[in-house]
Design a protein around this ligand. Structure first.
Ligand code: PAF
Length: 283
């Protein structure tokens, strides 16, 4: 396993691979790796000759300093988990100045409205931060393919848009959400949940599944009210938003249209821990 802290050394090693026609897969992460990440890494290994996993807690995508501070970090554990998957992986763990240079600031992008709903509405500047770091990582690694989880479905759509507007020659691969046995979507933040919170947080996926059933016969307004009521009656979680949106444009559903696909999205707090999840409703 090779661990790179410097861009130049990583680029040199990748150049050697690229010269012999090897394809490169990138799995960008912020560390605190779990089964969901390892699944992305295994998918990358299946379809690329050399896999790079970046581990970098990106300061520009956090709107709350305390959230950045509390984000779980355990590099040694992450490296050991990756080692169990494959000794051939390149791990890229730059510090902020190495990746950004002197100025650790976001670039501003026009994501054509994808960034003003849901996560974007509740986390100011978040997607400019994500776009900035992903562009920096793409420019450093120049991967053929990059792998992202559907748990952050809005992020996935925004990264697809980023490659389009910035003309970045990388194929974006979205991978399905991995869940704990209870149905709770796997997330690095789950590590911060206590046992009771972890058990009770399964309610998010339960609610999404019921939404899917209701979607067959009920209107979006009806389902919205129903979900809000469910959360009002459930003392363990605080609903931040529930939305049914077009799976491509992420525009909020007002009227169902034939041939379009829709997804339901939830963000909720367990104590001070923010959890998100989503589910395809009609495919
Ligand atoms: O999904 C994440 O972990 C992060 O948003 C990403 C894509 C690694 C950018 O920092």
């Amino acid at each position: 396993m090779q661990v790179f802290k410097e861009k130049e050394l990583l680029k040199q090693s990748l150049a050697t691979k690229k010269r012999t026609g090897k394809t490169i897969g990138l799995v960008p992460t912020m560390g605190a790796l779990h089964e969901g990440h390892l699944h992305l890494v295994k998918e990358a290994i299946k379809s690329c000759d050399q896999v790079v996993v970046s581990i970098f807690v990106n300061p520009t995508q956090f709107d709350k300093p305390e959230d950045l501070e509390k984000y779980p970090r355990n590099l040694e554990k992450d490296i050991n988990l990756l080692r169990e998957v494959s000794e051939e992986i390149f791990v890229f763990t730059p510090n902020a100045n190495e990746l950004y240079g002197d100025f650790i600031v976001s670039e501003h992008f026009d994501f054509e409205g994808l960034d003003i709903v849901m996560e974007g509405k509740h986390r100011t500047g978040h997607f400019d931060g994500v776009g900035t770091v992903v562009k920096l990582l793409f420019n450093t690694v120049e991967p053929d393919k990059a792998f992202f989880g559907e748990k952050d479905y809005q992020q996935l759509q925004i990264i697809r848009k980023l490659t389009e507007i910035e003309h970045l020659p990388v194929e974006i691969i979205g991978c399905p959400i991995l869940r704990e046995e209870s149905g709770l979507a796997r997330s690095s933040r789950n590590e911060r949940l206590n046992d009771l919170q972890r058990e009770k947080a399964a309610f998010i996926f339960e609610t999404l599944k019921e939404t899917k059933t209701l979607f067959g016969t009920k209107s979006a307004n009806y389902i919205n009210d129903w979900v809000e009521q469910q959360f009002r009656n459930y003392p363990f979680l605080e609903l931040e938003y529930f939305e049914i949106s077009d799976a491509k444009t992420l525009k909020k559903l007002t009227e169902k249209r034939e041939g379009e696909t829709y997804r339901a999205f939830i963000a909720a707090y367990a104590g001070d821990i923010r959890l998100i999840d989503n589910l395809a409703l009609n495919n």
